[in-house]
Design a protein around this ligand. Sequence first.
Ligand code: AGP
Length: 593
Amino acid sequence: MCGIVGYIGKKDAKEILIKGLKKLEYRGYDSAGIAFFKNQKVEMIKSVGKISKLEDKLQKGDFSNYNIGIAHTRWATHGKVTLENAHPHQVGEITLVHNGIIENIESLKNDLEKERATFYSQTDTEIVAYLLNKYLEPDFLKTIQKVTKLLKGSYALGIIVKSEDSTLYVVKKDSPVVIGLGEDENFFASDISAIHEYTNDFMFLDEEEIAKITKDSVEVYNKNLEMISKKVQTIQLEQESLGKQGFPHYMLKEIYEQPIVLEKTLNKYMDKFSELPDLTTYQEIHIVACGSAMYVGMIGKYLFEENASLKTIVTVASEYRYEKTIYNNETLVILVSQSGETADTIAALRKAKENGQTTLAIVNVKSSTIAKEADQVLFIEAGEEVAVATTKAYTLQVAMFALLSLKLAYDKKLIMDIDSYLKDFKEIPNLLKKVIEQEDDIKTLAIELAKSKDIFFIGRKIDYAICLEGSLKLKEISYIHSEAYQAGELKHGTISLIEKDTPVIAIITDREIAPKSISNVEEVESRGAKSIMITTEKLKELVDASLVVPSVCQFLQPLLVVPILQLLAYHVAVLKNCDIDKPRNLAKSVTVE
Ligand code: AGP
C-alpha cells in the first residue's frame, strides 16, 4: 500500500525522507518520489521501481539544503506504474502525496474535463491536487474543507502550498497518518515506524481532522475547522528487528523467533489467565479478518466450537463490510489483524460497532487503528514482523484463540483441570523448537515441490484450517498455484485436476477423522498424485507420513504443524529465487480496499 512521510524543521529533509520511505517499503510499492520545498519553490524527483532508483536520481542533483519536504511510496491503484503516476503530484500552487483511494474520481474528473481541465496522469491523486488548486483561498483550511466535502473514499494527504513556505498540511480520512513531534522540527507519516528514529512523541489524527504543521507548532482542526487539542502519546517502539541477525531473510528469522515470542505471549497471559475476557455471556462469535488473519479465525472457529461449544462464524472482512450481517445482541465480533491497519478489517470493526456489537481485537501493532478503536484489544507480543508473509504473528494469534477457548471452556465448567492444560500449553515453545529443527527434512521435500505448477493441500476439520494457511504461504512467496481443500470435498470436482505426480500435501492430526483423511489420500494417489503426509507421533503408525510432529492436545496441535508449512513454503520459494521478504504485488499492510 502507499506510504507517505513529511518533514519540516532544522535538519536536512532529504535523509529523513529517504529513510522514512525505506521504513515504509514493507507496505509494498512500485514507484517513489520526493518534493522539496523552499522559498515558495518546489523541486520534485520521482522514480519507478525501488527507492534506490530515487536515491540515484538525488545523487545527480544538489538537494542537501532543503528543510521541508514530502515523500511517497506508491502501490498502484489508479493508473499504471509510470513516472507520471508516481507521487508527489503538483497542480499550480499545490503539491501533495496521498495514501488511499478516491472512489468518486471518475465523476469528479468528468466534471472538471467539461471545464476543459487536462491531466497528465491517470491517478486519483492528481484530481485532488487539481481541486485544491482550483478552490484555493487565503485560508487554506477552508480550501481543504471545501474539497474534502467533494471526495468519497479514503485519504491521508500531505500537502505543500507554495504561498505558505513554512507550513505543511495533513488531512486524514480512513487511511492512517501520524504526526511526530520534535524540537524545532515536526514530522508526519503513514505509521510511526517511518519517523520513530527522531521522536517518541506522536499525535494520531482521527477521522476528517486536519493538521497545520510548522517546524515549531502543530495545530489540529476538526472538519468544522474548530481547533481541537490532541493527546500526545509517547511510544517507545520495541527494539526493532535488529536486521536479519545472520538469517538470509526476515521470514526465516521470524519463523525461528516463534518459540521465543510465543513463550513471551503465553507468560503475559497465563500469569493473568483469570483476567482473559469472559466470553460466557455470548451466544455466538463472529470472527472477521483478511488473508492469514482470517485463516487464524478458521482455527479459532474449531477451537471455540470443539472446546467450548460456542457457535462461531468466520467471515472475510471485505465481504463482511458490505453483506447483510445478521446477529443477535449476544454476538461478539472478534477482529484479527497483525498490522491493525487493514482497511477492510477497520471497516468491518466500524460496521460492527455501528450495529451495537461488542468488538474484541487480536492485534500485534500497538499503535494501530484497530487496537485503538476496538472495545477491547488483546495484543500478541510478536514484535516487529518485517516479512510481508506473516509467520510469528499468525502463530501467536492462533495461540490467543487457543487461550480464549480454554478460558471459555473453563468458565463454562466444560473442563475442570485447567492447570494441566496450561502446563501442556507452556510446553509448546520447546516442542516448537523441535519442530523447526526438522528444517533439513523440510528442505528436501521442497526440492520436488519447487518444480510443480499446482500443489494441493487437504485436511479435515482443524487440519483443513491449517491447510488454508499452508497453501497461502506457498502461493504468496513461491508464486506456485496452490489450493487448500476439505479432504472429503476434493472428489466433488477438483479431483479432476489431479494428474500424474501432482503433489498433494495432507495434514492428518485429528485421530478421530484420520482414517477418512487417509482414504482421501488413497483416492488421489490412485489417480497419480504424489502425497506428502504430515501427522503426529501418536498417528505415525497409521499414517505413512513424510513429517511427524509431537502429539499435543488437539487444540494446540496447529501450533506445531503450521511452522512446518511456513518452512516448506520458504524453501520452495528460495529454490525458485523469489523475493522472499517482499513478494511481488503484495503489501504487509493492505490499507486500501
Ligand atoms: C500474510 O501472509 C498475508 N500477506 C496477508 O494475507 C495478511 O494476513 C492480510 O493482509 C491481513 O493482514 P493483517 O493481519 O495485518 O490485517
